[in-house]
Every structure is written in C-alpha cells, then in structure tokens.
Design a protein around this ligand. Structure first.
Ligand SMILES: NC(=O)c1ccc[n+]([C@@H]2O[C@H](COP(=O)([O-])OP(=O)(O)OC[C@H]3O[C@@H](n4cnc5c(N)ncnc54)[C@H](O)[C@@H]3O)[C@@H](O)[C@H]2O)c1
Ligand SMILES: [Zn+2]
Length: 345
C-alpha cells in the first residue's frame, strides 16, 4: 500500500508493505551516496544488516535503547559519527527502530550541514502508527521532553509490519493507544475494528487507518498552528502521568507513553457510554483502564509544564465517537476535576 503525504515541496510517500525493508534499494537510491543507518541496541541486528547489505557505502550507528538516547550527548555522538564517516549534503540518514531512533536520527539529519535526506523505517507499533510521519523530530533535555527539535519531513517512510513479530508484547500493545486515539477523534470504524477485531490479525488495517487520520490532519496544518493540536488528544493529562509514572532514566518500572495517553484520554471523553466502551477496549487488548497515581504530583507537573500559558489551557475533548472539539479550561479549577475523574468507573 502506498500513501502520499501532500505537503508541497516536502511531500513524500509512505510505503506500508510486509517485507518492504528487503526491497529498500528499489524504493530509494542506496548506491550513489553514503548511508548512515541509525538504530538502537534493542532492534534485532538482522534488520539493520539487511539494509546495510543493500547499500554500496553504508555504515551503522547503534545507540543504547531507551528514551535516554534522545539526549544532547547521544545526539552529539551521532553527528560525530556522521562527520567521521565523511557524510556530505548528498548523503542519507536512515532511522531503523522505534520513536526514539526516529526522533534522534531525524533531528541529526535535520541539523547536519543544515539538513540532509532522511528516511524513516519504523519498527514499533507506536512509530508505525504515529511517530514516523508528520516530520516532528526532537531530543530531550533532562525532564523536558522534545524540547530541542525541528520540523523535518522524511523523504520516504517505509513501514514493514513483519518487523513487529519481534516486538515485545507490551510495546506492541502500547503503540495501539495512538491508534485508539485516532479512532476516537476521527475514525469511528477504526475504533469499532478494535472492538470487533484482533490487534494482531488486523494490524495492517489499524496502521493504515491511523496513518490516514494523521496524514489528513498534518496536510491541513503541518506546523501545528491549529488543527494538528487534536493529535494531542489524551496527551495533556497523559504527559502529566508520564512525568510521574513513566519509565525513564533510572526508573525501570512504570508506564509507557501509550499507556499514559490511554489513561489521559479517558477523562476527555464526554460521552459516558463511549468512555465505558473505551475502558472495555483497554481491558480487552491489555492497556491500563485505571491506575493509581499521585494526583497532586501530576497536577504540579502540568502547572509547571504549562505555566507560560497562564491559567487557561486548551484541551481536546471527544463529545462522541469520531468527533473532537477544543475547549479552553482553567488550570486551577477544571483540570483538578478532570484528573479526579480519570480513574473512575
Ligand atoms: N515525532 C513524533 O511525532 C512522535 C510521536 C509520538 C511519540 N514520539 C516519541 O517516540 C518515542 C517512543 O517510541 P517507541 O514507543 O517506539 O519506543 P522506542 O523507540 O523506545 O522502542 C521501544 C523498544 O522496542 C525496541 N524495538 C524497536 N523495534 C523493535 C522490533 N522490531 N523488535 C524488537 N524490539 C524492537 C527498541 O529497542 C526499544 O527498546 C518517545 O521518545 C516519544 O517522544 C514521537
Ligand atoms: Zn503520543
């Protein structure tokens, strides 16, 4: 399947096909330029070697797995390896891995020699469903996530669902939260596919439909001046929960990003019946439907995170399946009430 992201001069194709990585050389030029494949230590080596074998002059840069690699230090190391390899403005960076690798390698490509070609080959559900398209690339600084970054669209995105066979189950389910998000805000049929189908057997359709939602939103608002903000549905509270409960740094237990977003979406669903269906769906596929967390701490993080916005923030709510609306709410009054509701049955 091929989709095209129509962004004028920044347009690109998204190839969604089993086995597509074995044919990468037929999809782009891997022969007449230096190619740096950026991956992480958790991505099976066979995928990386399979791509390198298709390049005439390809080098692999492997960073440690985990969010900590989206740092200034690792970013500097990647740039150092690119320089050492003698990459120039005609060279290519390929990201092979999940959202961490995509964000890091994409930012390195965006900034090396003021920007060189970048191809994203996502290998997690989260990155195949969401993060590999849209052109947001970034690294973190301490607790400030994605604080240094750019809009840098890839030249091509190659999604090979065969790579998901090796992805640990919890990561597989984690990424599905972003697809449920897409269904809730824009695609009732996608949501129903979760209710009636199977996340493994239907994975290609889930990925395709989620990408269609994101594609249309990003095409209308590439730089997030307006409508693109709807993709942050569930993320306002989700990021707060992630700050307090997320797996990061030395913390080895806790929740993944998608799991936090899943929880963050619940209070924003205004139709009680739909909220109930969503919780039932989470239970069916293995996402958390409730979780105990220190609400004061989550609130404190959110106040701190959004302090520049004053007392009010704009959040995305879902009044009914497949619809969204933005609402300005008060940080001091409305937000605590919403958080109080998040674990309710
Ligand atoms: N740029 C965007 O628009 C955007 C959107 C959403 C999230 N993100 C970012 O994405 C990141 C999270 O991405 P993620 O959930 O993909 O996590 P991740 O990149 O950390 O990958 C999860 C784990 O799976 C391993 N892995 C990857 N592919 C594998 C495979 N095929 N088989 C076995 N193991 C594999 C990795 O080594 C890693 O340990 C966060 O940093 C988040 O900020 C970016
Ligand atoms: Zn997300």
């Amino acid at each position: 399947m091929k989709l095209t992201m129509n962004l004028g001069p920044n347009s690109y194709d998204i190839i969604l096909k089993r086995g597509a990585l074995n044919n990468l050389r037929h999809l782009t030029d891997l022969t007449h330029r230096k190619v740096m494949i950026v991956t992480d230590s958790g991505v099976p080596r066979e995928y990386t070697l399979g791509i390198q074998a298709q390049c005439t002059d390809g080098r692999i840069c492997t960073v440690p797995q985990g969010e900590a690699s989206k740092s200034m230090k690792v970013y500097g190391q990647v740039l150092g390896e690119m320089l050492d390899f003698g990459m120039d403005r005609t060279s290519l960076v390929i990201a092979l891995g999940g959202g961490v690798v995509g964000d890091l390698a994409g930012f390195a490509a965006a900034t090396y020699m003021r920007g060189i070609d970048f191809i994203n080959c996502p290998t997690t559900t989260l990155s195949q469903i969401d993060s590999s398209i849209g052109g947001k690339v970034a690294i973190d600084m301490g607790d400030a996530k994605n604080i240094v970054g750019a809009f840098w669209q890839p030249k091509l995105v190659v999604i090979d669902p065969d790579t998901l066979a090796t992805l640990p189950k919890r990561h597989y389910i984690n990424g599905m939260a972003e697809a449920i998000k897409a269904g809730l805000i824009c695609d009732a049929q996608l949501f129903q596919l979760f209710e009636n189908g199977d996340i493994y057997a239907d994975c290609e359709e889930i990925i395709y439909r989620s990408l269609m939602v994101k594609k249309h939103v990003v095409e209308r608002d590439e730089k997030e001046n307006g409508e693109r903000k709807i993709l942050n549905f569930g993320h306002t509270i989700g990021h707060g929960i992630e700050a307090v409960k997320g797996i990061k740094g030395r913390r080895t237990t806790g929740l993944y990003h998608g799991e936090c977003v899943a929880l963050g979406m619940l209070p924003m669903i205004q139709d009680k019946q739909l909220a109930k269906r969503t919780r039932a769906l989470y239970r069916k596929i293995g996402l958390p439907a409730r979780c105990s967390f220190n609400k004061e701490k989550v609130l404190e993080y959110m106040r701190h995170d959004k302090k520049s916005a004053g007392d009010s923030i704009t959040v995305v709510k879902v009044p009914g399946l497949g619809c969204w609306r933005m609402e300005k709410i008060s940080m001091e009054k409305d937000l605590p009430a919403l958080i109080g509701l998040s674990g309710e049955e």
